[in-house]
Structure formats: C-alpha cells, structure tokens
Design a protein around this ligand. Structure first.
Ligand code: ACM
Ligand code: ZN
Length: 535
C-alpha cells in the first residue's frame, strides 16, 4: 500500500514549494503567535485521534490534504497521534484553538464548526498549492504557531443569483467550497426573480414548467436589445436542493432560500398571470426594476406563496427564510381595486404600509412553522415589520435604523458589499451593471458593519454578506472574477476583529498567498488592486 502510494507520488509533477515566511491566513485569525521551533512536516502515515463529538470533522481532516499532497491521515485509536482534536467547553461555538509544533498539531473546539474552521486554517498554513485539486510534489510544512480564533459575526454570507445567469449544482458547489475555505457560513440563495423561477414546487408545477424558461435575454454589452432566444428550462429539482443543502451543511454553511415577493415576480406571473393586478401584464423579462408585481389584494397570491413556503420550509432547515421585498414599484397596486380594498381593510395609509403588512403576513406564517423571516430593507418603509429581520442593501441607513429599534440586521450595503459592481481592474474584460459606483476591493475591505451604531444596538447586527447579482455574469469564470478576491475581503470583515484589520497587511497576505491559493483552487480570481496614491 505504502509502496504504491510512493510510486503515485513520484509520478506527480514537481513544483518547488517553499514554506511561507509568515502564515498568510485569510480571514486573519483573532490571535496568532509564531512559535520558536521547527515546522510540522506533513507526511504519509500520520495519524489523528479525537473526541467522538468531532467524528465528522476528523473525517474531513483525514482527507483535507489529500488532493494536492497525496497524504491521507490515518485514524489512531489511542491518544498518541500526530493530530488531535479535543473538546474544550471554554471556546465559543465557532471558535477554535490550534497549536502547531514540530511534534504535532493540536486542535481544540467546543463544537464541530470550530474544529472545521481549525482545519481550514491548517490548510492555509501549507503553501497555496496545497489547496489545489491536483497532485503537486513538494515538502509540506506548517510553521509552528499558536492560534486562538473565533468569528466576529455569526452571519458571514454570500448571495448567489441563479435566476439571471443559471448556475448548475456543480457551479454552486465550487462556490460553497471556496466559501468554506474562507470560513463563510451562509449561502443566501436567490431562487426566484423576474428572469427565472429556479426551484421545483410540486404543488405548483407551472412555476418551473413556464417560469424557469424566459423567452429572451438582453444581449451582452447591449442590454436594451433582446436576443429572442429561449433560456431554460433551468431549475433545481427538490432532490438537487437537498443535495446542495447537505453539501453546504457538511461545510458548516447554512443555505437561506429567498422567495421574492411582491416584486421581482415576473417569472411566477408568466406561470400564473391571474396573480398580477392588471388583465394584460407586461411580462417581458428585461433587466432592472419591472412594474408587474404580485397582487396584494388577491387571496390566490397568498395561497400560492404560502404553498411555496410550505415546500421551502420542508427543504431548507435554515432558521431564516428570505422573502425578498426589494424594488416593488407600487404603480400597479395604486391602480388595482383589489389592492386598494386590501389597503383599506388593513388600515394602511399608503402602499408602503401595505407592503410592510404583506411582509408581516409571511413573517407570521413562517413563525408558525418555527422559522424567522428576513427581507430587503424596503420592507420597513411602511414601519418596522413585526417578526422580520432586515437585510440593509441600499446603504447602511435602514440597517442602523432597524438595529437601533432592536431589529436584527444583516449588513450588505451596495457601496461596499456588492460583488457584482465594477471593481476597477485595469483592462477588465467583463461586463458590469452600468451607472453604479465601483466597489474596488480596498473599499469593500474598509467596511465596518457597526459604524455609527451605539453600543446597545451593535448586537443586533447579525453580520455581513457579499451579493453577486448575475445580470451581467455569463459563465463560472466571469462569476469567479467578480466574486474573488473581493469575497475574501467580505470574509475578513465578517470574521476578523476590527482592531486586527489592516488593508496593507491584508493586501500582503493576499498577494503572497491568498490570491495564489484562490487560483490553486481553480477560481478565475481577478487581480488585486490598490487605492490610487494620494497626490
Ligand atoms: C437589490 O439589490 N435589489 C436587493
Ligand atoms: Zn392588485
């Protein structure tokens, strides 16, 4: 067996690997001390032992180094092992302690997530090539370090949009792998929008039979012209959804599904046009904010959406379900007798209040099923919605207002966190949404999610999320380029204490190891940029 393994190793391509002078961990750990002494050398035949509570993570560790190094760690029965994974109740749920010396690697954690993150750090203690999927020959050394680490925020998210640009399951999984390597723990999956309904709903099959195919798409670099080509059918079957949820869970990532309402509903309205306010709705799937929305005064709207949420809740164990709420123009509601009647019946003064009431309706529906509800910040335009958390996207103002009022908030303001906006890479070949202020990586890195908040409001900030809308994404390579390395900046904002964050230090770690690591992982990451020199 061992001879065979050595023969396989000898066949690997030879790449000279030098150990990194400093461990370039991204996101930066809360505390890291380089110790005196020789590095730990990873070798075939090494063993791992640990607490049964961490059985799944011990399996992850056994195979964590295999693809690039060829080393599989063996399970040891006794405590004498090169790697140990011990239970330590004093550490926070997602935290870990890690000691690396010439003699071995000792992990401590109080919960599986912490042990998992210790393994991600271990992989980053090796040279970037060790994170790749293909065998590379080298001497695999981890510097001697002591690390005590835990995240600053509980919600460290990424939003993916398979509605505009379809993402097959494999495309989602490669982003989940990259997220896990950077200790991101929420995939916000934007599953429905004007340009596509992407989740199978058994009770309402037309949602995918009709809604997963759009009749035409704006042309690349000519967005006002439609190509006339049907796009689809593209949707996730319920089995595929379960597969992604399980794949994410194995990486300690929670998948939060989004069902958009009442706006961004044109794909659903193509399937069920009777749920629009007008008799002849305009269902052309242009990019941007479209006028047609679900009729708030039609009981059938609630029947459909409740039926959808029933199946969503059965598929996704996440504590939160996202109910959208952004960019819902009220023109149709203003002219619709049913919506007018509903507004009056609910005692609303205007259509913003009606939207907030609608959000409250679904928040209450989800609460009965034991779930929390979150929506884009427009849902508080008609007053703070009872029972719903806020995703602050138009800026930080709504998030600050909500947190001050004791409402939970995820900060994802577009001036920092939109990883689909132009990133000011010279000679960038990809197309971006026009007329938006660019989000270069240094700007994203500079975001402080609790800036401007009094201390008592800070605990209401659940965390931070990077959003990758996909109107202008045409391929995995295009998406990678827009998401990475900016999502590393999001990960560090979400994980690392503000006092430990420093742009120059981040840039150095990314240049030496972070960017080569992304490339080794097979991601088409964009180059790093810097702020312009001050004159
Ligand atoms: C959004 O970017 N429309 C939430
Ligand atoms: Zn209506």
């Amino acid at each position: 067996m061992r001879v065979l393994a050595l023969a396989a190793l000898a066949a690997f391509a030879f790449v000279p690997i030098l150990p990194a002078a400093t461990p370039d961990i991204v996101p930066k750990p809360a505390s890291l001390t380089v110790r005196e002494g020789k590095p730990f050398v990873l070798k075939w035949g090494q063993t791992v032992a640990g607490d049964d509570r961490f059985a799944a993570e011990i399996e992850v560790l056994r195979k964590a180094f295999f693809p690039a190094t060829g080393v599989v760690i063996k399970k040891a029965s006794g405590a004498e092992a090169d790697f140990t994974v011990a239970y330590d109740a004093s550490l926070p749920k997602e935290g870990y302690a890690l000691e690396v010396s010439e003699k071995g690697v000792a992990i401590r954690a109080s919960a599986p997530a912490g042990a998992f993150y210790a393994i991600q750090t271990l992989r980053q203690l090796l040279p970037p090539e060790a994170s790749g999927p293909a065998p590379v020959r080298g001497k695999w050394e981890m510097p001697a370090v002591s690390i005590v680490d835990a995240p600053t925020y509980a919600w460290r998210g990424v939003m993916l949009d398979p509605c505009r640009s379809w993402m097959p399951v494999e495309s989602v999984k490669r982003q989940l792998d990259a997220m896990a390597a950077h200790k991101l723990n929420v995939l916000h999956w934007h599953l429905t929008d004007d340009q596509g309904w992407r989740i199978e709903i058994k009770r309402f099959p037309r949602l995918t039979e009709v809604g997963s195919i759009r009749p035409c798409t704006p042309r690349p670099f000519a967005r006002t012209q439609m190509d006339g080509e049907p796009y689809g059918p593209y949707f996730y079957t319920q089995d595929e959804i379960r597969e992604v949820v399980a794949y994410a869970a194995a990486r300690h990532i929670t998948v939060v599904p989004e069902i958009e309402l009442p706006g961004h509903a044109v794909a659903a309205l193509r399937a069920y046009p009777e749920l629009a306010c007008s008799a002849n709705p305009d269902l052309t799937p242009r990019w941007g904010v479209l006028k047609e929305i679900f009729c708030a005064g039609n009981p059938k709207t609630y029947e459909l959406l409740e039926g959808v949420l029933d199946e969503v809740v059965a598929l996704f164990p996440a504590p939160y379900v996202h109910i959208g709420g952004d960019e819902a123009p009220k023109d149709r509601w203003n002219k619709c007798p049913k919506c007018q009647a509903k507004m009056k019946a609910l005692g609303c003064k205007n259509m913003h209040e009606l939207q907030t009431k609608m959000a409250e309706h679904f928040a209450a529906y989800l609460a009965k099923k034991g779930r929390n509800c979150i929506g884009w910040d427009e849902i508080l335009e008609g007053g703070l919605p009872k029972g719903a958390a806020i995703m602050s996207w138009r800026g930080v103002k709504a998030g600050v207002q909500a947190a001050k009022a004791g409402v939970h908030v995820v900060m994802t303001p577009k001036p920092f966190c939109y990883v689909d906006y132009n990133q000011l890479v010279p000679g960038d070949p990809y197309e971006y949404i026009p007329n938006n202020t660019p989000n270069p990586i240094w700007k994203t890195y500079g975001f402080d999610p609790v800036a401007g908040l009094p201390d008592e409001a800070k605990p209401f900030i659940l965390g931070v999320q990077g959003n990758n809308w996909s109107e202008y994404v045409r391929s995995d390579r295009d998406r990678d380029w827009k998401m990475w390395p900016r999502t590393c900046a999001i990960a560090e904002v979400a994980w690392t204490p503000l006092a430990e964050r420093d742009w120059e230090d981040f840039h150095g770690r990314m240049e030496r190891s972070g960017l080569p690591r992304l490339k080794a992982m097979g991601l088409n990451a964009a180059p790093l940029t810097r702020p312009p020199e001050k004159k």
